[in-house]
Ligand binder design. Structure first.
Ligand SMILES: [Zn+2]
Length: 87
């Protein structure tokens, strides 16, 4: 595993790492942006609450290179790249 430092200086980003949500959707400009959560999170009241509140969208069980990070709840645009296996 080689840590890249030549792509703008960021380090490897874990898909579980908590980043601040983007302020708005780059497509429609709406502020209802949810984090896309990958994997199979254990059902919980907190998870249900977060989904119902539009804070999290479930992205499926597997995360791929190039999977998006964010999804707009208004236009369903997804964007961002989970960049954790760059080589
Ligand atoms: Zn949008």
């Amino acid at each position: 595993m080689i840590w890249e430092s030549g792509h703008g200086g960021y380090d490897r980003v874990s898909p579980m790492e908590q980043e601040p949500l983007p302020a708005k959707c780059p497509n429609c400009g709406d502020g209802r942006v949810a984090r896309i959560a990958y994997g199979e999170p254990a059902p919980s009241e907190e998870l249900t609450r977060a989904i119902e509140a539009g804070e999290i969208v479930l992205g499926g069980c597997c995360v791929f290179q190039g999977s998006p990070k964010w999804q707009c709840l208004t236009c369903n645009q997804s964007w961002g790249v989970i960049d954790w296996e760059k080589d």
